[in-house]
Design a protein. Structure first.
Length: 371
């Protein structure tokens, strides 16, 4: 499927790739293209570098959707949001907690506060939560998802299934059932046998209040189990839906191309709908040496002959080096194109003269992507 058809028809486009290849600006540009196609488009980034705001000419984007002002001739809408994992965690608890008292008890639990702020992988887990909310809301016809670079992106793609499998494990089911059959709180389940030794040690180090916080946390979390599991399974299904497309973004350097090839393999292995490849920041140059004296004309003739000759020679050498680099990058792109196969739409975006920092430069970029 062509990128032009994706922004006009798909519901979710996921951009993946290594860092520093223009993935965030590509995602923002595709969202802008969706707005030009008359759709209500949202670009959601979980990239911790926070470059999206700069691409849109804004100083900051928060954890809620922010509408970007567009020229009046644009028929659609462009919205942007940047993930804040702790805030998203709080939002999820608010939605799945059975009542206000449970919600406040969770918010005030020390174990929860620690997890919300620093839980390893929470950004990837919470990204799936935010994506679930956005997709379920029906507010947007097109969502463009900008993922973190390399390994973190795989963490994100695997997060829905991994959390569901984790919650399904017997150890978690036992911990999430803090009452014994006789109604005793935690009693023989959590604080029995060798487990009791560990918890007594923790209690000695951190105090009995710490044990109470753990017990309360698992008791409160039990009621959230089904909600978390259902939400993450829904996101996992969304990733494989026919209305979802994955776009691999790469720069023409050898390391970036290797990462892009890795993503091509991994996406197919996971059964995810790989649709397009964007080779970004590619140098272009003529492979014939121009007549520099003719190019510079009067400017060259105005120089002192002792200066003009060496200057034109250095310019000619620089052009040849650029042509060699362009030739090397073209071969790398072609090799990746062959690996991608004929079913993948490939776009080559040249290195632009200026940084992409506002809507005008985003529009210039999407012309290379969409045509």
């Amino acid at each position: 499927m062509k990128l032009s058809a994706m922004v006009a028809q798909q519901q979710l486009i996921v951009c993946v790739g290594s860092g520093g290849v223009g993935k965030t600006t590509t995602a923002a540009s595709l969202a802008l293209a969706g707005a030009y196609a008359g759709r209500r488009a949202l670009v959601l980034t979980i990239d911790p570098a926070r470059r999206l705001a700069n691409s849109l000419g804004l100083t900051e984007i928060g954890n809620t959707e922010h509408r970007i002002a567009l020229p009046p001739e644009v028929p659609g809408e462009l919205w942007a949001m940047m993930l804040d994992a702790p805030s998203t965690f709080d939002d999820v608890i608010r939605k799945v907690a059975r009542d206000d008292a449970t919600r406040e008890a969770i918010y005030n639990n020390r174990i929860y506060r620690s997890i919300a702020g620093s839980f390893s992988g929470s950004q990837e887990y919470m990204a799936t939560e935010r994506l679930f909310d956005v997709m379920q809301s029906g507010r947007y016809e097109l969502v463009i998802l900008d993922t973190p670079p390399v390994k973190n992106a795989l963490d994100f793609l695997d997060a829905p299934g991994r959390l569901a499998r984790f919650l399904d494990k017997q150890i978690m089911k036992r911990l999430l059932t803090p009452h014994d059959e006789d109604g005793g709180f935690f009693g023989s389940r959590l604080l029995a046998g060798t487990t009791a030794v560990v918890y007594r040690l923790l209690g000695h180090i951190f105090g009995d209040e710490f044990l109470g916080d753990i017990a309360s946390f698992f008791a409160l979390f039990k009621d959230l189990y089904d909600g978390f599991r259902e939400r993450h399974e829904s996101v996992e299904r969304t990733f494989k839906d026919a209305r979802t497309s994955f776009v691999v973004v790469a720069a023409p350097t050898e390391p970036s191309m290797e990462v892009a090839g890795f993503f091509l393999t991994e996406l197919r292995a996971r059964g995810l709908p790989l649709a397009a490849l964007v080779a970004n920041q590619v140098h272009r140059a003529s492979f014939t040496t121009p007549n520099l004296e003719a190019v510079f004309g009067a400017r060259a003739r105005a120089l002192h002959p002792a200066a003009a000759g060496p200057l034109l020679a250095r310019l000619g050498a620089a052009h040849l080096r650029l042509a060699d680099l362009a030739s090397l990058e073209a071969r790398r792109v072609e090799a990746l194109r062959r690996q991608a196969g004929p079913s993948v739409d490939v776009h080559v975006v040249p290195r632009l003269a200026t940084e992409v920092h506002d809507l005008a430069s985003l529009a210039a970029l999407h012309r290379f992507l969409i045509g």
